[in-house]
Design a protein around this ligand. Structure first.
Ligand code: 13P
Ligand code: SF4
Length: 308
């Protein structure tokens, strides 16, 4: 019964998309039912590229708030909708405009690189943004020998420093993603004991000590690519549990174990198929960014797009 209802809803959504010239963008951490109706599924990097090339009149972003804002910044004259009101990424709230301004004053020689998981009013003060997918590439092209001011995730900062050798000042000092940060080294060691032959893949929002015990470290899109292309047959996944189930579909001949079953980004799971349909019909919840902020935030986002 559930499948029949869902199939009908999927057909209605597809019809509405055609009628309203709408597209749906969905992050890799979204529910499978939502990814099924998406025109583009990917990590933050892929979704930014898709949003920058969108020819549609309406863009429904199934992801968290900084992703919807990014789409609105890149498409100021289009209707950008979120299927839910409060899909807040707690990491993106950990660096305020005021704190970044203060850090800029204290470090006048540093270029500002922000993790994409930041709100538009903060991104508006940055020289460039990056995602886990392009962090090394972007960091290497910035700043020459002078230090980079980077925020808000100190684990991603560790990842960039280790991968590029760049001098990085992190602001705030201890910003973190509460979902990935929950995975401890003890969790990983226990999982490795249970599956000694498995390769370990992790997202750079994981703690530094977890990052140091991996076979592959990268963005959600990078993890999918690595697992598909690797000769390994078993993988321990230090990321949202949804990524493990997505990987099972993408590589059905391989085995995937989440390092911790408790690693779930609840905000990413808020959009459902019913909410997506409601959003296209009612055109709620429209996301806009004040023109002045959007114009300033577009510069570092487009710089990233140009570099990567
Ligand atoms: P990606 O950029 O790797 O998709 O990650 C975004 C994110 O918020 C994961 O927590
Ligand atoms: Fe934000 Fe973490 Fe959820 Fe990613 S997993 S959206 S960083 S809370």
């Amino acid at each position: 019964m559930q499948n029949i209802i869902d199939k009908g809803r999927i057909e209605r959504i597809e019809k509405l998309k055609r009628e309203k010239n709408a597209i749906i963008l969905a992050h890799n951490y979204e529910r499978a039912e939502v990814r099924a109706v998406a025109d583009a599924v990917g990590g933050s990097s892929g979704l930014t590229e898709a949003a920058s090339e969108a020819g549609a009149d309406m863009i429904i972003v199934c992801g968290v708030d900084f992703m919807t804002e990014m789409a609105a910044v890149l498409n100021p004259d289009k209707k950008v909708l979120s299927p839910v009101r409060n899909a807040v990424c707690p990491l993106a709230r950990q660096l305020s405009r005021e704190e970044l301004n203060e850090a800029k004053k204290e470090n006048p020689g540093a270029e500002v690189l922000l993790y994409m998981n930041s709100l538009a009013n903060t991104i508006a003060l940055a020289d460039c943004v990056c995602t886990a997918a392009n962090a090394f590439q972007v960091a290497e092209m910035m700043g020459g020998d002078s230090p980079l001011l980077f925020g808000p995730d100190h684990c991603v900062s560790y990842y960039i420093r280790k991968g590029t050798g760049k001098e990085i000042i992190t602001v705030p000092e201890r910003g973190f993603c509460p979902v990935h940060y929950k995975i401890s080294l003890a969790d990983l060691m226990k999982a490795k004991e249970m599956h000694p032959g498995a390769k370990v893949v992790a997202h750079p929002e994981c703690r530094p000590e977890v990052q140091d015990h991996t076979d592959y470290l990268g963005s959600t899109g990078g993890i999918v690519r690595f697992c598909k292309e690797s000769e390994g047959q078993e993988f321990l996944v230090a990321a949202d549990v949804g990524l493990s189930s997505m990987l099972r579909n993408e590589a059905p001949d391989k085995t995937f174990y989440p390092v911790s079953e408790a690693t779930i980004c609840a905000r990413m799971k808020m959009p459902t198929l019913a909410k997506v349909e409601e959003a296209i019909v009612t055109e709620k919840f429209r996301v806009t960014v004040p023109r002045e902020i959007a114009d300033a935030a577009r510069i570092p986002i487009e710089r990233m797009l140009g570099l990567s």
